[in-house]
Design a protein around this ligand. Structure first.
Ligand code: AMP
Length: 215
């Protein structure tokens, strides 16, 4: 089953994608993670997109479609989870074509609904373990021992995203409403949209996603 997790920044797409990977053997394709990896490894493309990402703007369709196209030949496990892609109608069209060319298709689009007030609070306090990727939050999910990852035990490896600040978040939200939210109507019209409440405990939201996918 191939699915898209759709929702504004801070809706919890990455967190829920990790759960689907662990629970269902699906493969997460996050264009945000791919772009951050390109920056870390210092590729030409990584250098090109750095300022755009830090400002919270969208990188070009051409770049992200290229990144996804490269991954579609990899082992799909029990299906791909597209996380943070597509973000524009052009990307949505391209994804449909790419999947078709592989003899595959999209099965569901899960829209995670979270109100804007909650997003600001979620994003401005979040950080992750640089070793294992486990996500934390200053208020909602502190590590049991300060500075030590609950999940892998790494010490002093926590990091924050440079675009998780209020100014960049405003730009990211604007890009979501302007460029990405039209995808809700697009997939609704295709009969693929499933809406779930993205507020609540991680487990609760995971159960809603499971119901939406299996129901
Ligand atoms: P994310 O980790 O999904 O929040 O993405 C972080 C940043 O990477 C975004 O704010 C954009 O600058 C860029 N980005 C990620 N995915 C896309 C995409 N599908 N289209 C355009 N820009 C993207």
């Amino acid at each position: 089953m191939n699915i898209i997790l759709l929702g504004p920044p801070g809706a919890g797409k990455g967190t829920q994608a990790h759960r689907l990977v662990a629970g269902r053997g699906m493969v997460q394709l996050s264009t945000g993670d791919m772009l951050r990896a390109a920056r870390t490894s210092g590729t030409e493309m990584g250098k090109q997109v750095a300022a755009v990402m830090d400002a919270g703007q969208l990188v070009t369709d051409e770049i992200v479609i290229g990144l996804i196209a490269e991954q579609l030949d990899s082992n799909a496990g029990n299906g791909f989870i597209f996380d943070g892609f597509p973000r524009t109608l052009a990307q949505a069209d391209a994804l449909g074509e790419l999947l078709k060319s592989k003899g595959s298709r999209l099965d569901a689009v899960v829209e995670m609904q979270v109100d804007d007030e909650a997003l600001v609070g979620r994003i401005t306090g979040r950080f992750t373990c640089g070793e294992c990727g486990e996500g934390y939050h200053d208020i909602f999910k502190k590590p049991a021992v300060e500075n030590v990852c609950d999940s892998c035990g790494a010490t002093g490896a926590f990091k924050r995203r440079p675009d998780d600040n209020e100014a960049a978040l405003r730009t990211r939200l604007m890009a979501y409403y302007k460029d990405t939210s039209p995808l809700i109507g697009y997939y609704y019209a295709k009969g693929q949209l499933k809406r779930i409440n993205g507020l609540g405990e991680i487990e609760e939201v995971a159960a809603r996603i499971s119901d939406a996918l299996d129901g």
